[in-house]
Design a protein around this ligand. Structure first.
Ligand code: NAD
Length: 499
């Protein structure tokens, strides 16, 4: 239901909005020490959006010092667990109360449909803060088996100062996946959001403090990856970097940690996830899952089902069905239109990169089945229609590279063995799926796909209760679920001898 949420409603909200692009350090708004800023161009119409503080190493130093001081003082980690829970639950409530505002900010930065921001991104982010808030007073330590004269406590202790570096595709959701468990475990956080999408990070930091989070526990430094991001990842007083982004930058982050203080690193990186369809599958269900799995969020999804591994006898029929689902359901429109299911890509430079990958793929011999064109150019925004290509084989660049746009690459197979070989012939291992009515095969194949999540006869269903992350060059460390707490803690033994 869209109700009063018309395009005009959101346009008026945008006209009335004041966009705050200042950093949030030590519980207060802050400018870059050298006063520099940068302007974010709105992907929806190519017009200037917010102006952000351009944080650099000196600003990271300030934020880390504040985070360290808060950690050392115990103002957060030594609070009664039930009190920390109360603050995090209040924070989640405030996010819900500010749902429209947060949705608008997310869409201004990212160009995704505002109704998706409203009904998916803000809701899931608030739910995540609530989920981990509820854990604050439910985490137990252990007592190890010892002889009668000893008592060995195995304490699970927070690491200290966590640097979180996040991407632009689901800013609120991914920020909350880091913030929830890191803060519930008692750490302090310095968040460096992507330079394309910092508005909601700043706003949720303000809301966290309104809810009662003490100053210094959660800081936001805006700025570029090579400046603020690198300074955070190289900082000698940061205990861990929780990173989500490209595999290329993930490798740099590991290098920075190795060159500096051996801080821990958790990496959630790219993907090229296979969706295998056998001829006996429900082809309508498979087509719907393939289209939505790849084209949702304009394909800017790390676990998008970007490789359709289809049994040769049904591949053409399946692609026709995918084209029908796309035309019927996945409406591309201005992000304020209530009918929009997908909106703009993140920026023109990214759109051009996607188009260049397609051109190179076509030169190699991949053929276009439909779509994948630059559209709505009259709006000034960065729009592209969803499309499907057929690769000659899984060796084609369109079948190998993470494109991060609404581009699906189909690859035919003849046997189950071949389907699996194609599915696993990738440097990534984030997600995958199998569609078949043969349950024996469904379980065999889902076990054999080497990926962090595998769906059977569906795609992209998940909840906070399931861990999310990848194998191989999709990274390591898991977001979501009770297990995510572990990566923000370590074990500490306290051994006492009585006699
Ligand atoms: P990116 O790697 O370019 O940037 C991610 C973050 O890293 C940004 O905040 C950026 O400013 C920062 N950064 C860039 N260079 C840096 C450097 N040298 N040092 C420190 N920080 C630096 O990625 P992106 O373009 O923002 O996002 C898209 C990528 O993220 C895709 O590869 C996608 O698959 C991946 N992703 C993965 C997941 C997951 O959970 N596995 C989720 C979402 C996105």
């Amino acid at each position: 239901m869209t109700g009063h949420y018309t395009r005009d409603y959101w346009q008026k909200a945008l006209d009335a909005a004041t966009l705050n692009g200042r950093m949030f350090i030590d519980g207060k708004a802050a400018d870059a020490a050298d006063g520099t800023t940068f302007v974010r161009i709105r992907p929806m119409d190519g017009k200037p959006g917010a102006t952000f503080a351009r944080g650099k190493a000196v600003d990271i130093d300030r934020a880390v010092a504040s985070a360290r001081a808060a950690f050392q003082s115990g103002v957060w980690r030594h609070k009664e667990p039930v009190e920390r829970k109360r603050i995090m639950l209040r924070w989640a409530e405030l996010m819900r109360e500010h749902r429209e505002e947060l949705a608008l900010l997310e869409t201004i930065d990212v160009g995704k449909p505002v109704m998706a921001s409203l009904n998916v991104d803000v809701v899931l982010a608030a739910n995540c803060i609530q989920y981990y808030g509820e854990m604050c007073d439910k985490l137990y330590d252990e007592i190890a088996p010892t002889g009668p004269n000893d008592r060995a406590l195995v304490r699970k202790v927070p690491l200290g100062v966590i640097g979180a570096i996040t991407p632009w595709n689901y800013p609120l959701i991914i920020d909350s996946w880091k913030l929830g468990p890191a803060l519930a475990a008692g750490n302090s956080v310095v968040l460096k959001p992507a330079e394309q999408s910092s508005l909601t990070a700043i706003r949720i930091a303000e809301l966290a403090h309104e809810a009662g989070l003490p100053a210094g526990v959660f800081n936001v430094v805006t700025g570029y990856g090579e400046e603020a991001g690198q300074a955070l990842a190289k900082h000698m007083d940061v205990d861990m970097i929780a990173f989500t982004g490209s595999t290329e930058v993930g490798k740099l982050i590991m290098g920075y940690a190795a060159q500096t203080n051996l801080k821990r690193v958790a990496l959630e990186l790219g993907g090229k996830s296979p969706l295998i369809v056998f001829a006996d599958a429900d082809l309508d269900a498979a087509a719907s899952a393939a289209a939505w799995g790849c084209f949702y969020n304009s394909g800017e999804t790390c676990h998008a089902s970007t490789r359709l591994v289809a049994e040769r006898s049904i591949m053409d029929q399946l692609i026709r069905k995918i084209e029908e689902v796309t035309a019927r359901e996945i409406t591309l429109a201005h992000p304020f239109e209530p009918s929009a299911q997908i909106g703009a890509l993140i920026e023109d430079a990214h759109l051009e990169k996607v188009l260049a990958m397609i051109e190179a793929g076509e030169r190699e011999g991949s053929t276009r089945a439909f779509g994948a064109e630059k559209v709505m150019t009259e709006t000034g925004g960065s729009y592209m229609s969803p499309g499907v290509f057929v690769a000659k084989s899984n060796a084609d660049s369109l079948a190998r590279q993470e494109i991060f746009g609404p581009v699906l690459t189909a690859i035919p197979f003849d046997t189950e063995e071949e389907a699996l070989a194609i599915a696993n012939d990738t440097s990534y291992g984030l997600a995958g799926a199998v569609f078949t009515t043969n349950m024996g095969r469904a379980h065999r194949v889902s076990e054999a796909i080497h990926a962090g999540t595998v769906w059977i006869n569906t795609y992209d269903i998940s909840s906070l209760a399931t861990p999310f992350g990848g194998f191989k060059q999709s990274g390591f460390g898991r977001d979501r679920s009770v297990h995510a707490i572990d990566k923000y803690c370590d074990y500490k033994t306290i051994w006492q001898r009585y006699a």
